[in-house]
Structures are given as structure tokens and as C-alpha cells.
Design a protein around this ligand. Structure first.
Ligand code: FRU
Length: 533
């Protein structure tokens, strides 16, 4: 049975805390409070990263060093809504089990600590460490709330902090900022990488609704290089959280991929992440596709501000991505109280050749397979109507991985897919419409939906890859479902809040039959994969 929560008590506790404590110090960090929070709260995700308590948005500073994946994140430890931003911190050895660490960066006289990246300065170009003990360097936006309130337009600048003890303690650079504001209000979210060919650092920055590129020999002195995007892709909102990296396609094409989050203006409303495929010559990014083409990494409503890990070892070679599994339309209103928001599962990005051209596909990282506890194979069968699956798993909470292949040849159904439901007739439907050739996720009847007009709905995504076999791979975790369809070429991530857990799952068809080729269901761990330290 689901454990019931006491949101009233939790909320009162948070208000008391907020009133009694105006400033943020290490003693009053989220970790200190986490012990008093019920981590089994109704909508607490089990195997996704969530903050120990209070508000979280973008993933930041993701970097791999000395056997650890670091995850920093936008965090306000004094409330469950957005506020003065800190960098929360966690580490993992396998991208699945996370250990919370104390807050890494606190607001200071230059302002809040907005989003950014981290790198290992292996050649000690900055001089902050030694070659034997290279520094970990965080590059972030200082956002000055005073300048903002005064109506200035230069209140976002780029700054540094460094750590020589594996990210455990941080020193801010004494000459911050390292990139001053040229008089543009939205000027933020630096992502830095080492550009091997010219032995220099490159910074990509979101500036209004385009990006700027800078270069530096040492991470402290930066020079402007170029701009991209004025007329390219979608411009329904401000551009945020860029990333730029090289990927080799299945057929061996060497390309550069530019990720860009946009808010609002996503394909299903609100926040979303678009991408461009092209080239980077060390100075300028050029887009391979026509300017009016918009490509989306994820068509769900809940994957925003995602970027990729820095310094993944060459032998590994993966480009690993993580996003914030929420949307600025309603992220601060979702019915959780002790904490707000989760990250997506970690995903590897691949450049794949499709009929439409090169596309970025996302696949859940293989490390997630350690979560599988029980597995059931789905046999080939003709499907008509609803067919319950997975009851053998005896699941008491909805933490499942499901892979299912449908044969579209001879299908007479108009829709096929997967339903998650409960005894209250609430449901989330993840399906494919054969006539429209579109995937969809429908959460209009998924329980609590009225906290925002933008929350309920049926969201759609065009099918990119595929053929006669329709392949759906789902990760379900208490309050979220992530669909990786046709080898990750169409992705949809969406959250939901049922009044009773979705412990039942069925395969369904609408208006006819379809052949199920086969599949598998795995119960994912019932144990929390997060520890506090
Ligand atoms: C994206 C974003 C970033 C900014 C941060 C502030 O969600 O708006 O552009 O740095 O959040 O928390």
C-alpha cells in the first residue's frame, strides 16, 4: 500500500524554517534538514536524482574525475520554490547510486550562483592547482539581484571557483568576474570545454536568443570569438544552458552538436531543449540544416536545461546527458512539498543516420540495468483492447522498465501503447497513433493536474526512426515516465501525480488489432539509490 504523506505538516515546517532563517550558512544547509523529511513521500522518485530537500532546477557542473561523476544543481535550500541560487552537490560512481554532499557554492557579494559547467584543468593552465593535482574548475554565472531590481542590463557575468580536493571544498576566484557583461540582460550559463586542436579553452554562452563563443588559454582571460543562432531554429523564448560537443555518427561522420534550451517555445509548450547538428572550426559554429528547421532532443514537457558531462575518459567515449525533469510553466507548483523536482535518468547521446538526415538519439545509460530486480518476458501475441502485463512482478510502487515491440504490418488498430493506471481510474497513456504517425503521452486524467492549466494534456511527437517495428522503451518511476522510442530517436519525458500509485500496467490497442512481437518488463529497485552524508 502507498504510504500516505502529511503535506500540511511538511509545509508548516518549511514556513517556520523560512521565517526563522533568512541567511544561508553551511550549518543550515539542506542536508541538515533532510533527516527530518520523509523520503518515502508519495511522489518521491525512487531511482531518479532528487534533492534532499527544497528547491532544485538545472543540473550544473557535471564533470567526471577520479572515479566519480559529479552532479551540481541549481538549489535554493531555504524554500521549495526558486530563490537565491546555490550549487547543490552529489557524487556517484555509477550514475545510479548518488551520495549527497554539502552545498558547494553559496551566493556572495556578486550575486546568486546561476547555471554553469565544470572542467578538470589537467594541464593546470589556470595555475590553481598543480599538474599532479589538477584543479576542478567551476564556471558559472553570477546573477546580481540588486542590479536586476535597479533595472540595469549588466547584472549577469561569468565567474570561476576552484577545488583541489575532488570538489569537496571550493574557493571563488579573487578577480571574478572573468567575463564582464557587454550590456545584455540575458547573458549566462557558460559551458566550457578544452579544444584539443588549438590547445585552448572554449566557452559557449547563452545570450538573449542566440549563443556567443569565447576562447581562453587559461580559463581566466577570455576573448569573444563569434555568435550563432540569430536566424536559426526556434526563438519562442530566451535561449539558456547551451552545450557544444563532437559526436561521430553511426556511419562515421564527425559532427558537432549544439544543445540549447529554450523557454518558452517548446514543441508541447513551455520549456524544452532544441539542438543543431553542424561543424565547429575552433571559432565559429555552422549549422548543417536549414535555418527554419527545429530539432528537439525530447518532446515531453519535462526535460529542460540538460547538458552533458565533461571529462568522461576517452576509453569510455560516451556523451552522457542529464536534464531537469520539469517545466518552468508549473515546476514551482507541483504537489510535492518537502522537495521539488527530479533529474531525468542519465542518457547517452548518439548521432544516428535517419531518412531525414543526422539526428541526435538519447538512450538510457547501461548502468541503469543494475536496478533490475525481477524480469518477465512478454511473448508474441495478437493484441486487442487492454492486456494487463507485469502482475507477476508483485510491484507495490510503480518503478518499472518496459520494452515492447509492435509489428505495424497488418495492424488494424488506430492506436497502440502502454497504460499506467490505478483503482481510481486515473491513467497515463503512452502510445502511438498510426494514422498521424505520432507518439503521444496523455496525462489529462492522471490524478492531480489542476495546480496549473499548463499541466494536463495530450502531448505529441513525430516519429523519426523506425519502420515496420515500433519499439517503445519506457522508464517509469512513481511520478514520471520517460519514453525512448525507436532506439531513442523519439524521446518524451513527462511527470504526473496520481492520487494512488500506478501499480497496474497494460498494453493496449484502440480500434483494432496489432501484433506484439515481444518485450520485457523489469521491476526496478524498491530501494532508494540516494544516500546522505
Ligand atoms: C534555466 C535557468 C538558467 C539560469 C538558471 C537560474 O532553467 O533559467 O538560464 O542560469 O535557470 O536558476
Amino acid at each position: 500500500m502507498m504510504k500516505k504523506i502529511f503535506p500540511f505538516l511538511v509545509t508548516i515546517g518549511l514556513i517556520a524554517f523560512a521565517v526563522g532563517c533568512q541567511s544561508t550558512s553551511p550549518e543550515t544547509s539542506a542536508l541538515a534538514k533532510a533527516d527530518t523529511i520523509d523520503t518515502g513521500e508519495q511522489y518521491r522518485l525512487v531511482y531518479h536524482f532528487t534533492p534532499p530537500a527544497q528547491w532544485m532546477n538545472d543540473p550544473n557542473g557535471m564533470v567526471f574525475y577520479d572515479g566519480e561523476y559529479h552532479l551540481f544543481y541549481q538549489h535554493y535550500p531555504d524554500s521549495n520554490v526558486w530563490g537565491p541560487m546555490h550549487w547543490g552537490h552529489a557524487v556517484s560512481e555509477d550514475l545510479v547510486h548518488w551520495e549527497h554532499l554539502p552545498i558547494a557554492l553559496y551566493p556572495d557579494s556578486l550575486g546568486y550562483i546561476f547555471s554553469g559547467s565544470a572542467v578538470i584543468d589537467y594541464n593546470n593552465t589556470s595555475g590553481f592547482g598543480t599538474e599532479n593535482n589538477p584543479p576542478m574548475i567551476a564556471v558559472f554565472t553570477h546573477h546580481d539581484p540588486v542590479g536586476e531590481a535597479e533595472g540595469r542590463n549588466d547584472y549577469q557575468v561569468q565567474s570561476l571557483a576552484n577545488s583541489t580536493d575532488r570538489g569537496r571544498t571550493w574557493t571563488k576566484y579573487q578577480d571574478n568576474p572573468v567575463v564582464k557583461n557587454p550590456g545584455i540582460k540575458d547573458f549566462r550559463d557558460p559551458k566550457v570545454f578544452w579544444y584539443e586542436a588549438s590547445q585552448k579553452w572554449v566557452m559557449i554562452l547563452a545570450v538573449d536568443d542566440r549563443i556567443h563563443l569565447y576562447e581562453s588559454p587559461n580559463l581566466t582571460d577570455w576573448e569573444y570569438m563569434s555568435e550563432f543562432g540569430e536566424n536559426s531554429g526556434s526563438h519562442g523564448g530566451v535561449w539558456e544552458c547551451p552545450d557544444l560537443f563532437r559526436l561521430t555518427s553511426d556511419s562515421g561522420a564527425e559532427k558537432w552538436v549544439l544543445l540549447l534550451s529554450i523557454n518558452p517555445g517548446g514543441p508541447n509548450g513551455g520549456s524544452a531543449t532544441q539542438y543543431f547538428v553542424g561543424d565547429f572550426d575552433g571559432k565559429t559554429f555552422t549549422n548543417d540544416n536549414s535555418d527554419d528547421m527545429s530539432l528537439w532532443l525530447d518532446y515531453g514537457k519535462d526535460n529542460y536545461a540538460g547538458v552533458t558531462w565533461s571529462d568522461i575518459p576517452k576509453e569510455d567515449g560516451r556523451r552522457i546527458f542529464l536534464g531537469w525533469m520539469s517545466n518552468w510553466q508549473y515546476g514551482q507548483e507541483v504537489p510535492t512539498y518537502a522537495w521539488r523536482s527530479a533529474m531525468t535518468v542519465p542518457r547517452t547521446l548518439h548521432l544516428v543516420d535517419t531518412e531525414a538526415g543526422l539526428r541526435v538519439a538519447s538512450l538510457p545509460t547501461s548502468e541503469l540495468e543494475v536496478l533490475r530486480e525481477n524480469s518477465v518476458a512478454l511473448e508474441s501475441a495478437t493484441l486487442e483492447g487492454n492486456q494487463e502485463v507485469g502482475s507477476e512482478l508483485n510491484q507495490t510502487s510503480s518503478t518499472l522498465e518496459l520494452k515492447i515491440d509492435f509489428d505495424l504490418r497488418d495492424a488494424t488498430a488506430s492506436e497502440v501503447g502502454v497504460k499506467l493506471y490505478n483503482s481510481l481510474d486515473e491513467e497515463v497513456v503512452v502510445g502511438y497513433n498510426l494514422a498521424d504517425q505520432e507518439y503521444f503521452v496523455d496525462r489529462s486524467n492522471a490524478g492531480k493536474t489542476d495546480f496549473s492549466d499548463d499541466f494536463p494534456g495530450r502531448f505529441t511527437a513525430e516519429r523519426v526512426g523506425g519502420g515496420d517495428t515500433l519499439s517503445m522503451h519506457l522508464f517509469i518511476d512513481v511520478a514520471s515516465v520517460e519514453l525512448f522510442a525507436d532506439n531513442g530517436t523519439t524521446v518524451m519525458s513527462n511527470i504526473f501525480f496520481p492520487n494512488e500509485a500506478f501499480t497496474q500496467v497494460s498494453l493496449f490497442t484502440e480500434g483494432g488489432t496489432t501484433q506484439v512481437i515481444g518485450g520485457e518488463i523489469h521491476d526496478l529497485t524498491g530501494q532508494s539509490v540516494i544516500t546522505n552524508k
